[in-house]
Design a protein around this ligand. Sequence first.
Ligand code: IPE
Ligand code: IPE
Ligand code: MG
Length: 250
Amino acid sequence: MREQELKSQIKLDKLPQHIAVIMDGNGRWAKQQGKPRVFGHRNGVESVRQVTEACAELGVPYLTLYAFSTENWGRPRTEVDALMSLLVETIKQEIETLNKNNIRLQAIGDLKALPPSTCEALQFGIDNTANNDRMTLVLALNYSARWEITQAARTLARQVHSGALEPEAIDEQVFAGALTTAGMPDPELLIRTSGELRISNFLLWQLAYTELYFTKVFWPEFRKKHLYEAILDFQRRERRFGKISEQISQ
Ligand code: IPE
Ligand code: IPE
Ligand code: MG
């Protein structure tokens, strides 16, 4: 179906309030065309633009993109370096467009452990888009959910140790407040491209009741119409949250 036709079928009053994306398949896409892996990463930037624009146009308030996992440090040095430079380049390039479209940039992950140039570019982007309020674009960078949960536990333990927090006061809300996603709604829809059926250490706490959507499309080929297809699929589902169907349809 054509892009516009798909878009017109989306119910705007039933939009996911937060979409998270595991952008996967850049390397395989490049290999398919006999090109180096980095070619795939470079082409993935256009997909980021398309998805960001499509979400902003529809009115999705939060979009989180998994851009670099803690585990990705284990890749060949040349690929890691290329990814870090691409990040710096892209953030610098896109700030103007983000401001034009009233989009705020945020980041989650162990940001302090990123190379200084990446960290600075990111902070510059965050500071210069801080007042935008149409949509929040969250980049997960040097992110891993187990790291995030561990650091949250450590933060709370310190507060208990210092007497600022009673152990009994730790409930789900307090715990969620110690995660890097504090203040953001949990994702309602998770999209993973490239056909892999796993979470790869992404948002383990926040995905507890998220609808999962997997597509074989490689990230550099992912376009607005693919996002619309994912949202339409999401809107056809019945989210029961442990209850039964009859209770939901009331
Ligand atoms: C996703 O594509 C981008 C990052 C993880 C940074 P990949 O680089 O994982 O591509 P494949 O999975 O090897 O095809
Ligand atoms: C997940 O993709 C991380 C990002 C998209 C940034 P990977 O390609 O690193 O995941 P695995 O290793 O195949 O699970
Ligand atoms: Mg991959």
